[in-house]
Unconditional design. Structure first.
Length: 456
């Protein structure tokens, strides 16, 4: 073999000396491959930092940097045209972003062109929602439209609950896109239907979650909704982990018995009766949960309903559960303090959150079921019964979805303090086709909006 190899080299050298060239061996290129990290993408008109799709490409016999990736509009250019698609990166994974022109649906053909002129394509289905006020302050949490409670877990991340499922989702608060991680504790809770999670708060490494405790929209009692449970959180940011803790499934009965024993002041028995819808002025519906000032034992339960005329003077209602820690730790029957009645300008509690300094923000909104166009406001409170809350901001009502959750509370004494809120967009027509967001077929098109507001 050595002799032949040497002879071959010598022969080639002789040909080169003679002025002849040795033809290069022909390279055969395979058909390129292309894969999208998601086939469905949602954006918004005028949005900042909309989600992107990763495009993974390859071709046998060719370096990834030699492949070209582009996209063209294949249907409604009024939603997004070819020039509205941007592809960045030069390796095997590229990032594709779309800038929405208008509201609606369209499809895009994503194409990779390899060496030898060979190509491959994939279809990306794109949906764009309408422009919102202050788009630079808006982010979109995709995968679910029915955000109902949120808890900051540090590192710029928050866990967001959904009132149409029992899935808890971890999101980057600064970016639009899909959850980083999800958890579903339905099996540990022993339920197959939604708990209708509406409120949450954190003490140390324990997060407390509560269902609405009310009937469903048809006035029927559904046991999973009468659930309060805990999760233990570890880590922070992208490393956040949740573990199931304990649950209690009799808080509704305890509240009704307490109210009956006190002369039916708040009409809880009537509001929970068969046939009574929860989202009416004399209904029964919990949406806020937070601990009392300086306490790890007494929790404030905030009500979306009842309101006036059941609550005297048309005030919002908070009921203290004075042994809330033991209710969850050992299943002790709940005990209650006197109801706290707050003047929120005729609105009720949609969320309740405090910071480490004991400053509270109350997200106030309507008790009504279809309330996306009704007023919303933020009130500051010190958590002390008998002390009046002070309005800090009116919230816009022209945007799709209702304001539903306060992620965390900043220092309310700081000039220009900003707070992030999240919408429940489940009943919103995001894309102009008359379909409510919660009924959209593709999870990637479902989304809740998170927005930053500066407090006056």
């Amino acid at each position: 073999m050595t002799v032949r190899f040497a002879a071959g080299i010598a022969g080639a050298a002789a040909l080169l000396v003679a002025g002849l060239t040795v033809p290069a061996q022909a390279v055969t290129y395979g058909t390129p491959t292309i894969a999208l990290s998601a086939s469905y993408l949602s954006g918004a008109v005028g949005a900042v930092g909309d989600p992107v799709v990763n495009v993974t490409v390859a071709q046998s016999g060719a370096a990834a940097s030699a492949l070209t990736v582009g996209a063209s509009a294949s249907s409604k250019a009024s939603v997004a045209a070819t020039g509205d698609v941007t592809v960045t990166g030069t390796g095997s994974v590229r990032q594709l972003a779309v800038t929405a022109r208008g509201r609606g649906y369209t499809s895009l053909t994503v194409k990779v062109t390899g060496l030898g002129g060979k190509t491959a394509t994939k279809t990306l289905y794109y949906a764009a929602s309408a422009a919102v006020q202050n788009p630079a302050d808006a982010r979109y949490f995709t995968g679910s439209a029915d955000a109902s409670a949120a808890v900051d877990v540090g590192g710029g991340y928050a866990i967001v609950a959904d009132d149409e499922s029992n899935v808890l989702r971890l999101y980057d608060r600064s970016r639009s896109g899909a959850p980083v991680r999800t958890w579903d504790f339905s099996s540990q809770l022993g339920v197959t239907k939604e708990v209708d999670i509406e409120g949450a708060t954190r003490i140390g490494d324990t997060i407390y979650w509560t269902g609405s405790l009310g009937n469903n929209k048809d006035g029927e009692y559904k046991a999973p909704r009468n659930t309060v449970f805990t999760t233990t959180v570890s880590g922070s940011g992208t490393g956040t982990q949740l573990a199931y803790g304990r649950s209690y499934k009799k808080l509704r009965e305890d509240l009704v018995a307490w109210d009956v024993a006190n002369g039916n002041r708040y009409g809880f028995a009537a509001g929970t009766a068969a046939g009574e819808a929860p989202k009416q002025i004399d209904g029964f519906n919990v949406e806020g949960l937070e601990f009392a000032p300086g306490s790890t034992t007494t929790a404030y339960v905030g009500f979306r309903a009842p309101l006036a005329p059941v609550v005297p003077g048309g005030k919002a209602l908070i009921v203290p559960v004075v042994n809330f820690d033991q209710v969850l730790a050992s299943g002790a029957k709940a005990a209650f303090g006197a109801g706290i009645e707050l003047d929120l300008g005729g609105l009720s509690v949609r969320d309740l959150r405090k910071n480490a300094a004991g400053q509270y923000l109350i997200l106030a909104g309507s008790w009504a079921a279809d309330d996306n166009s009704d007023p919303y406001a933020l009130y500051q409170w010190d958590g002390v019964p008998g002390h009046a809350p002070v309005k800090r901001a009116d919230l816009p009502t022209t945007d799709p979805g209702g304001w539903e959750a306060v992620v965390d509370v900043p220092d309310l004494t700081a000039p220009g303090a900003r707070v992030q809120l999240v919408t429940d967009s489940g009943s919103a027509d995001l894309y102009g086709d008359g379909v409510e967001a919660k009924d959209l077929t593709h999870p990637e098109w479902k989304k809740a909006r998170a927005a930053w507001f500066t407090l006056g």
